[in-house]
Design a protein around this ligand. Structure first.
Ligand SMILES: [Zn+2]
Length: 355
């Protein structure tokens, strides 16, 4: 059985701000990163810095540090992929807590079970590190990830937001994407085209509430699979429905759940299915080109994930891209799926925005 991508995630409320002062976007925790790089991807200088990682984690992760230091491959000096392996593993197990050996096993460390590639993107390259467990088809998984990354970048139309992506195959309950840095893939799913593409899509789509992030990751996963289906990576067969067929199948899946506004849904009440339907109904109204242009504008509004975009901002941007004949329909969809009213809430938020 495939676990749902990012299964079990809960609706994440945007940081609260007083409505009167509500900006179009709200700072996230990562905004402290580098204020001089507005309009550019965030920098994460700690990545691959082994000395710094040893200093930071020596009191809490001494056991894993000692295990790394005991390996022959460690003692003869560290290449870039090995440095990333060491630093990323320490940062990962610290971030997630829990049983280290379920994530980065002794065997993975001893046999150095990693794959590494520099993937060309529009502006330079992205370092891709895969940390895996014995018995997994790491080369095949890596081929798919390497193909997905530039496909995704060209579909969104904005330079890839991260310089380093680390994928960890472990004994996880779920698959997920964590703050631009780590993708966790459960044992079930290391060769799932849809799940791998969904999780990589969160490199872009982590800028709003859960309904938006998950719906967009689902849709861009389908788009990536379509793009790769013509010229699939080695050993892969990739096929995907077109988005109209995908919408029909998601409508039928969503109909099994009671009606509930998206911001109040969890995975268990059809968050993913209903979010896909909502966003694809908008696409059906405004057209494919306008949908992708709105998605790109929303991503840029987040300034490379330095800010969260609010539900109101999302409606604003889709309305900008809707022609006159589609506006009423888009507003009706937002009222039904987001606000749960007849437009009162959106009008109120618009009034608060006025100076
Ligand atoms: Zn997800």
């Amino acid at each position: 059985m495939l676990l749902s991508a990012c299964g079990g995630s809960s609706p994440s409320p945007a940081p609260s701000a007083s409505p009167a002062a509500s900006p179009v976007a709200t700072p996230t925790a990562s905004s402290s990163d580098d204020e001089f790089r507005i309009g550019r991807p965030q920098q994460r200088r700690e990545i691959g810095d082994v000395d710094r990682a040893f200093r930071t984690f020596e009191s809490t992760r001494g056991e894993l540090i000692d295990l790394f230091k005991a390996q022959e491959w460690f003692q003869d000096g560290l290449s870039r992929d090995e440095a990333l392996f060491v630093e990323r593993s320490l940062s990962f197990v610290t971030r997630y807590g829990g049983p280290r050996k379920d994530y980065v096993s002794d065997e993975t460390v001893r046999r150095k079970l990693i794959r590494y590639a520099r993937v060309p993107v529009a502006d330079g390259e992205v370092e891709l590190l895969l940390i895996f467990q014995s018995g997994q088809a790491a080369d095949m998984e890596m081929e798919y990830l390497k193909a997905t990354l530039p496909a995704l970048e060209s579909l969104v139309g904005v330079q890839f937001p991260e310089r380093v992506i680390t994928v960890i195959n472990g004994d996880f309950e779920i698959n997920d994407f964590n703050d631009g840095q780590f993708i966790r893939i459960a044992r079930c799913c290391t060769l799932s085209a849809s799940i791998l593409a969904h999780e990589l899509s969160h490199a872009y789509w982590s800028i709003g509430k859960s309904w938006f992030n998950e719906g967009m990751a689902d849709i861009y996963s389908v788009l990536v699979q379509q793009r790769l289906s013509d010229d699939p990576p080695a050993a892969w067969r990739v096929s995907a429905p077109d988005l109209d067929a995908y919408l029909r199948s998601r409508r039928s899946a969503a109909s099994r759940f009671p009606e509930l506004p998206l911001p109040r849904r969890f995975a268990s009440n059809g968050l993913y299915e209903a979010a896909d339907v909502f966003l694809l109904e908008i696409r059906a109204l405004i057209g494919d080109g306008a949908f992708k242009a709105a998605a790109r504008d929303l991503y840029l509004a987040s300034d490379f994930n330095r800010f969260n975009v609010s539900d109101k901002r999302i409606e604003d941007v889709f309305l900008v891209h809707a022609d006159a004949g589609a506006r009423e329909g888009v507003m009706a969809l937002f009222n039904r799926y987001i606000w749960g009213d007849n437009g009162e809430r959106y009008r109120q938020l618009q009034e608060w925005d006025e100076p």
